[in-house]
Each structure stands twice: as C-alpha cells, then as structure tokens.
Design a protein around this ligand. Sequence first.
Ligand SMILES: Nc1ncnc2c1ncn2[C@@H]1O[C@H](COP(=O)(O)OP(=O)(O)O)[C@@H](O)[C@H]1O
Ligand SMILES: [Mg+2]
Length: 387
Amino acid sequence: MTKKELVASTAAKAGISKTAAKRVVDATTTIISEQLYQDNKITLKDFGTFSLRQRPLRRVRNPQNQKMITIPSARIPVFKPGKRLKETIKSTGDRGGSAMTGGKNKEPVANPKSRPPKVIAVTSGKGGTGKTNFIINTAIALAQRGQKIYLIDADLGTANVDVLLGLNCKHTINSLVEDKNMDLMDIIVDGPEGIRLLPGGSGLQSLAELPKEELTRIIGMFKPLEEHADVIMIDTGSGISRNVVEFALAADEIVVVITPEPHSLSDAYAIIKVLSNNELQPPIRLVFNLVENITEARMVSSRLTDVTERFLQLTPETIGHILKDDNVVKSVKQLRPFVLYNPLAPASRCVVSIAEKLIPLPEGEKPAAREEKKGFLGKLKTLFSSA
Ligand SMILES: Nc1ncnc2c1ncn2[C@@H]1O[C@H](COP(=O)(O)OP(=O)(O)O)[C@@H](O)[C@H]1O
Ligand SMILES: [Mg+2]
C-alpha cells in the first residue's frame, strides 16, 4: 500500500477529508519515528509493537565477489504484530486474498458498520414551517445521544443549513462533478456536537443531468456516508417539486413539518397525497411546529389525519410538536442551534423528545427491516438514473 492509498483509506474509515487524514498519517509517523529515536517502544494494543533492535557488528561474505565485509552495528526498527493483527492476517489469508495479503480487493478488512444508516427526509408543504431548524436541532439532540449524524442540504430553493449552523462551506456536491480530485469528505464540513453537513445546493440538480458513468462515480463517493453514519437527515426543501419528492422517496422515512395555519395544513395534505401516490412511499411521520400548546398540537394533528384517512386511507403517525418559542428566533439570530443556545428552552425539550421517538435507544428499529431494503445509494442511483 502506498502512502496515498493509506491516506485515502484512513479518510474513508475515519470519515474525515483526505487533507485531514494526511495530517493524521503524517503526525502518527512522525510520533512513531520520534519515539523510536528516543529508544521508546510503542505498543498499540492488539495491533502490535514498534521498537528498535540493536544489531551487532557482523562480518559476512559478499555474495558477488566472496570477499569478507564488515556490517557495522546499527539500531534497526522492528515491528512485532499483536494478537488480533496476527489473527486478522491468518483469517484473511484463509479467505484467499485481501488488501493485507496482497490480493486485488483493496477494501479495508476490518469491521465496516453492520447496519446501513437510517435515512430521514424532512419536508413540508410550504416554506418557513421550521424544517431546517427542526433538522439541525434534532440532529444535535441525536448526536448528543451518541449517534453519528450526517445532514444533506438538498433544498434547492433556500439551502441554508450551513448558514444556520454558522458554518462556512466552500464546496457543494457540484465540486465533486467539477473537480475529479475531490472526494466526498473534502466537501463535508463538521458542525457542532460532531454532526456533519454535506452541502448539496444547486449541485444536486446537476446530478440528474450527468452521464451514467459519471453519476456512478459520484454516487460511489457517498459510500463513506453509508459506512459511517447512523442517521442521514435530508433537508429536501418544500413543495411538490421533483427534487423534493425524489429525495423523500429515497429515504427510509419522511418527516413532514407542519404549522397550525390552515394553508400549511392544506399544503401538507398536498405533499402527503403526492408521496402516497408512489408505491415506494416510505412511512410518513408528522411534526407540528410553532404550536401554542399541546392542545393545539393535538387538534391540528387530528384535523390533518382525519382528512388523510378519509381521502388517502393513510394515517401518518404524529411524532411530536415544537412549541412556538422566542428562544428559536433568538438562537437563529445568533446562528446557534436552539438546543445548544438554551437546552432547557421549551422548543429544545420538544425536540429532544421527538429525537427519542425518531431513533429510540438503545438500538433503534429492528435492523433486519432496513437491511433487506435497497440501500440509500442504490435508491439514489435508481432515482437519478431514471431522471
Ligand atoms: N418553534 C419555533 N418557535 C418560534 N419560531 C420558530 C420556530 N420554528 C421556526 N421558527 C421561525 O421560523 C423561521 C423559519 O424556520 P426554518 O427552519 O428556516 O424554516 P424552513 O426550513 O421550513 O423554511 C425561523 O427563522 C424562526 O424564526
Ligand atoms: Mg429551510
């Protein structure tokens, strides 16, 4: 394996950019060299031990001319593999070739995540219902419970997840199309509490226009996301445009964010109707935002589900409400998510309780149910290819 491959592999496994991975690899090799220079052993449990061995002065015969020569004594670095590494080498050898044994398969050997991430698309019938705030704050609440969360900003109209997180994104998915040297981790930016953002923006639209091989190349780059994320949340934007609907249909679950105003309810009904016309339709769940109290939340929830039951024979589950709260407005002005700005704010408590319903601990929904389904990448490929 070359250093370049090591960096690429580290980036993919750790879910970091190649630039960051190169810094890690460089720092690690420098530390190991420095420690060896100072005669210190470095033991990485299970992996192995690096140390220096004193090789004594030797007199040997030069095989070419048979003359005796002297090889001076020297300190040479040695590596003694640990138990787990030995076992890995042995078992991969038994399987007949891998990256570690020189086979063609360059996939990293060790434990990729066994379960694909849960993909949640967040949408609404009309703009301004609080989708982006809901996504960001729910993502942080989930991250605080130990989940690895990736956000995809797929709102072509008002892509502002980065702005609300106070982040500065240099690139979008478009950069992957324009610059072949870039990979997904180069455009992903780190947000608070370990959440990560993939800025989509207008770049997403251009995916549908790409030639097939190029699309396959780009979608292939999303693999680290499938390997590292526990949950991928997509801000689809609002309305019944193709982009919104396609992203929603590629998800495992759709959350529709609705406010109590009559036109928000009727627009929510319209998007639920469009989604329910499709046989791929994942389960739809409802969140009522900007409600005055729980009574209002229950009232609007039953008003909407009465209509969906009657006309669409569909009863989407309401997973919670978010109270109208001045803390939200203040936090937006400060570009700080409200669950961090004021964790005890009424809106923050509401979001935490929704996060618990969305991904119940300890293990979320039954893994088998999702493993059988076509993965997110597969669905994206199908959706964009048929565009
Ligand atoms: N629970 C809430 N309480 C008070 N204001 C809210 C609440 N949710 C959203 N808002 C207001 O609505 C605005 C729009 O929210 P945003 O998340 O950007 O909506 P969307 O992404 O659906 O367009 C926010 O800037 C904030 O001022
Ligand atoms: Mg938004």
